[in-house]
Design a protein. Sequence first.
Length: 207
Amino acid sequence: MHVVPILLLILLMLPHHLKSQTFVRLTISQPPALVANAGPDYTIYPGESLTLGGIPAAEGGTGSITYLWDPPYHIENLYIPNPVATPPGNMTYTLWVFDERGCSATDQAVITVIGGTGIADPAADGNIVLYPNPSDGAFMLEIINGHSGDIMISVMTMTGQVVHNAILTGSDSEMKESIDLSALPKGTYILRISSDFNEIYRHLILN
């Protein structure tokens, strides 16, 4: 009995779609989610310093990580994972982290200063109104109850590159500035508002 010819005959008689099959195994690799760690809450005495940020201050994400601390008060460096801060009063520091794909994450560290000076919420400083935020590119900045000096408006990328500049002439009334970022890539930008008295930072989110 000739086994090989019989098997060949059976194979030739099979439907075409049963003669050969191709199996493809797909492995989908997704980077771990980006997580920020601003470190634990602290209680200190006036004049004491502390190091912010966890060890590490960020995990996951894709590629290199960019750091930004807010508000920019009584802190040595806004752009490193573990800066030293010396707040004279109660302060909540927010850590923003961004990866190379534009993903972001935040975390907060609450600092309580025993018998400190009692700092007001910096977010309310200067009666600043910014809208809409997020936006598709057109932002409106309003500064209510300004002063007689000029105010410098700067928009920067997360790496510090300035992409928009303007100077507002101060007055005792409301000042407005239209900010157009529609030609820029989507992502998070930093708005810096500078005067002779202080600097205030805000985040602009471009969708």
